[in-house]
Design a protein around this ligand. Structure first.
Ligand SMILES: Cc1cc2nc3c(=O)[nH]c(=O)nc-3n(C[C@H](O)[C@H](O)[C@H](O)COP(=O)(O)OP(=O)(O)OC[C@H]3O[C@@H](n4cnc5c(N)ncnc54)[C@H](O)[C@@H]3O)c2cc1C
Length: 396
């Protein structure tokens, strides 16, 4: 089958990889003129790690990734409130890595080894399913036909909008905005420690990365839909809300204008009754973004891509059955992750003094292995059985 995969982030290239393994012909189209560089860090583990292992990319992920030995919560004067090991939360000492989202995407893309047609700097402007084929029109004017089109174009998916309806219909804004940026030469540094500071309505995380790079990850409560479209508006919002709020907030805002990369978005989930319509499907954040509060979106995006490809491989051309099974297999897991993540908003941007107290107490308890295991383990572990890799043998 010829499959157009829209979006070369995490889910798109993973899907293309497994489609190739099953003997299909994927074409990737990515809106950005080149694969994106820089950007925020993701903690990568769970069932997505198993998919990465099956793609033989774990050594490269480890080479480009980082391992934090400690997550440390501090108070407004920098005093230690709590400390725990990230591996305890993820339930494994060696099956996780923290890596830039763009590096993860690039490593997956490299695994394709040039075997998937890739169109950069373009996107679809219309997709029309006539029941037998999907006619795709690109912004560049290109017109092509495919057996299937899969949107892997993230939270603000265009394929979802074109085929299923406007974003507002499916997006659940969680009342928090996120910003991430990195600078060089920032002091102080705490090597291999994720420093976390929360005040009323926000959390700031500072990560010291190699080459003297420091990354800040800010989550800020903002109940109204945010109107901050330009970089200047976004940075002004952060300055207005975070200036002199304790710990290193003022120093952080001072270096923000020197950021090498700057990311800003709403923290939202995507909830859809179905992830496919006819010959058009969705995968990753486009289908069921769990939000950064879930801490697992990239791993789940890979799981979704793998399972969709496996169902397509096993369904001998019956895409309706394949899409149906893919949704049935994973929708309950994604819904559970989304529900669990909603409850974590208080950790990322506590609304009240009481929530701040609960958050800080929770951080202290995370140092106790049985608590981490029982409380966090429930929401972070993946109850999913991956189809066997043998499913992907192309039919002779
Ligand atoms: C600050 C932050 C921290 C996070 N932390 C973690 C974490 O610790 N662990 C974790 O697992 N996850 C984390 N996530 C979530 C994770 O980044 C996402 O869930 C994951 O990237 C989803 O992968 P995806 O391929 O579905 O979408 P994306 O990675 O968003 O990729 C979508 C791709 O589609 C492209 N695109 C967009 N529109 C179009 C279009 N119209 N046409 C063509 N291409 C298009 C984009 O350029 C991009 O390349 C975090 C997210 C954020 C924002």
């Amino acid at each position: 089958m010829k499959v157009l995969v829209v979006g070369a982030g995490i889910a798109g290239p993973t899907l293309a990889y497994w489609l190739l393994r099953a003997g299909h012909e994927p074409t990737l189209v990515e809106r950005a003129p080149e694969l994106r560089r820089g950007g925020h860090l993701v903690d990568f583990w769970g069932a997505g790690f198993d998919v990465a292992e099956r793609m033989d990319i774990v050594p490269e992920l480890r080479r480009r990734g980082h391992r934090f030995a400690e997550a440390r919560a501090v108070g407004s004067s920098g005093q230690r409130i709590a400390s725990f090991t990230p591996s305890a939360v993820m339930g494994s000492d060696d099956r996780y890595v923290s890596i830039r989202r763009s590096d993860l995407a690039e490593v997956i893309y490299e695994a394709l080894d040039g075997r998937a047609e890739t169109i950069l700097g373009d996107t679809v402007s219309a997709v029309e399913d006539d029941g037998n084929r999907v006619h795709a029109t690109f912004e560049s004017g290109l017109q092509r036909e495919f057996d299937l089109v899969v949107g892997a174009d993230g939270l603000h998916s265009r394929v979802r909008r074109l085929a299923f309806g406007p974003q507002q219909q499916f997006e659940r804004y969680l009342g928090i905005v996120v910003a991430a940026f990195d600078v060089t030469g920032y002091r102080p540094r705490d090597e291999r420690v994720a420093m976390m500071y929360a005040g009323l309505g926000f959390q700031v995380v500072r990560l010291s990365l190699p080459d003297d790079v420091t990354m800040f990850l800010i989550t800020l409560r903002h109940e109204r839909d945010v109107r901050a479209d330009t970089l200047a508006q976004q940075q002004r919002l952060l300055r207005d809300r975070l200036s002199r709020r304790g710990w290193e907030t003022s120093e952080m805002l001072e270096v923000m204008s020197d950021a090498r990369t700057f990311y800003f978005d709403r923290v939202s989930q995507v909830r859809m009754p179905t992830w496919s319509r006819g010959r058009i499907g969705l995968v990753g954040d486009a289908a069921a973004c769990p939000s950064l509060l879930a801490g697992q979106g990239s791993a789940l995006a890979m799981v979704e891509a793998y399972v969709l490809a496996a169902e397509l491989a096993g369904s001998t051309g019956d895409h309706v059955q394949a899409f149906g099974r893919y949704g049935a297999r994973l929708a309950p897991l994604l819904r559970a992750k989304q529900d669990a993540a909603r409850g974590l908003g208080l950790a990322f941007a506590p609304k009240s003094r009481f929530q701040l107290l609960v958050r800080n107490t929770g951080m202290k308890l995370m140092g106790l292995p049985w608590v981490t295991d029982r409380v966090m383990g429930k929401s972070f572990r993946d109850a999913v059985e991956l189809p066997a890799s043998a499913t992907f043998q192309p039919s002779p």
